[in-house]
Design a protein around this ligand. Structure first.
Ligand SMILES: *Cc1c(COP(=O)(O)O)cnc(C)c1O
Length: 410
């Protein structure tokens, strides 16, 4: 197990006033990209850095990935693309949301490549190219059953039939996206692959892409020419069929603000939802739902589980064999870790504060100490499952109030 940043290093890296610190290990993100690159070679490994690199800070993550050798980046919006292009002017930056109506001129000026997913987008891009007397670069997103973005089979027919629309754009990549790639037993992935293969003869013969983090774990038939992982680069383990060869890259440490003893009959927090079974020591930590520690992590008496059972469940939930999302038994109870020992969240999570039960923690816990809310003992999947959501949402919700420190940058 990788160790969390030591208390001394943490104190050295963040100012004393920081109540919460997100540690982003850029060297591990770079190593994760290299591991996936090696896994899918000779296919190209791109990087999905939308939503500010899944909440971790695109301004730091993109240069680290470029330094590792990544040449192709996917973002969601044109604003994200403009920021990415400024960081890595020579890389390919593709915009997954495509061409929002009327944004063609801005897209062209940015140097980013739109991922075109509808006929009107193709028409606008071709028209802009006509005016510039050149075929403009784009990617094509075809729908193979996700029914989210992408051209349907019928729209693909129109694209090649309608006044040679396809010949007026410079298609550089044809891609689609899988619905159930996290489940290796789902027939949906095979079906989508078959639909993809059936559409290809109609389209220009250019590089192809189908897989994101989980799809690339489905094996070589899903790799095609380029894979598009996001979550796995940041250490995410969403694939349920085994462990993705990446290491955790994010930690969240939150400071203890106050410690108090609470007796049976007294209650803790809003709604008086939790009362200790026996004299208990409670620590108040300086982060809450405004920082991405979701209110669904709240804990009331009717959900109390014996300490030994709690630890066993926590261990089971983060063990590799359970894969990806933690089992439902873990929900909706949550923990933080102190020196590797689990302390349950008790009472209601409020906007800026969370109360934890430190009665069973060996050794002193004092104001100013940091607790691990995400790290080797609390993986993002476990925290997500505890809140009834997924690790992706945990990452992208990490609050703006946290100080972010970056280790291992070039
Ligand atoms: C977000 C996204 C990805 C990356 O998905 P991960 O599961 O984070 O690897 C890839 N392709 C498309 C179209 C996406 O929207």
């Amino acid at each position: 197990m990788t160790e969390p940043l030591s208390a001394t290093d943490l104190a050295r890296a963040a100012p004393a006033r920081a109540t919460g610190v997100v540690v982003v290990h850029l060297d591990r993100i770079a190593a994760n990209w290299r591991a996936l690159r090696d896994l899918v070679a000779p296919a190209e490994c791109a990087a999905v850095v939308k939503a500010d690199a899944y909440g971790l800070g695109a301004a730091r993550v993109i240069p680290a990935l470029a330094g590792a050798g990544c040449r192709t980046f996917f973002v969601a919006t044109l604003d994200e693309a403009i920021a990415a292009r400024a960081l890595v002017p020579s890389a390919n930056v593709l915009v997954l949301d495509g061409l929002v109506a009327g944004s063609g001129a801005d897209m062209l000026a940015s140097g980013a490549i739109p991922v075109i997913s509808s006929l009107p987008q193709a028409v606008e891009w071709a028209g802009l190219g006509d005016r510039k007397s050149k075929r403009l670069q784009c990617a094509l997103h075809v729908d193979t059953g996700l029914n989210r973005l992408g051209l349907s089979a019928r729209e693909v027919q129109s694209l090649i039939g309608d006044m040679h629309l396809i010949d007026r754009i410079d298609v550089r990549l044809v891609m689609s996206h899988l619905a159930c790639a996290d489940d290796p037993n789902s027939p949906k992935s095979t079906q989508q692959r078959e639909v993809f293969e059936r559409l290809l003869p109609m389209l220009p013969s250019v590089p192809l892409s189908l897989a994101a983090s989980d799809g690339l774990m489905l094996g070589q038939p899903y790799h095609y020419d380029l894979v598009r992982p996001g979550y796995a680069l940041y250490g995410g383990q969403a694939f349920r069929g085994g462990r993705t060869p990446v290491q955790p890259a994010v930690e969240l440490h939150v400071k203890v603000l106050q410690v108090r003893d609470v007796a049976p009959g007294q209650t803790v927090g809003y709604g008086a939802s939790w009362s200790p079974p026996s004299l208990s020591r409670i620590a108040v930590i300086g982060a809450g739902y405004a920082d991405g520690l979701f209110r669904h992590l709240s804990y009331a008496n009717d959900r109390v589980i014996e300490p030994r059972e709690k630890t066993a469940q926590a261990m089971a939930a983060r063990s590799p064999s359970s894969g990806g999302e933690a089992g439902p038994a873990f929900r909706p109870v949550a923990w933080v870790a102190i020196r590797g020992q689990f302390a349950p969240i008790v009472g209601r999570v409020s906007m800026d504060l969370v109360t934890i039960d430190i009665t069973d923690i060996d050794g002193d816990v004092a104001p100013g100490d940091s607790v691990e809310a995400i790290g080797p003992h609390i993986p993002i999947e476990v925290l997500g499952a505890s809140a009834g959501t997924i690790g992706y949402e945990v990452l992208t919700s990490l609050g703006r109030r946290f100080h972010r420190i970056y280790t291992g940058s070039a």
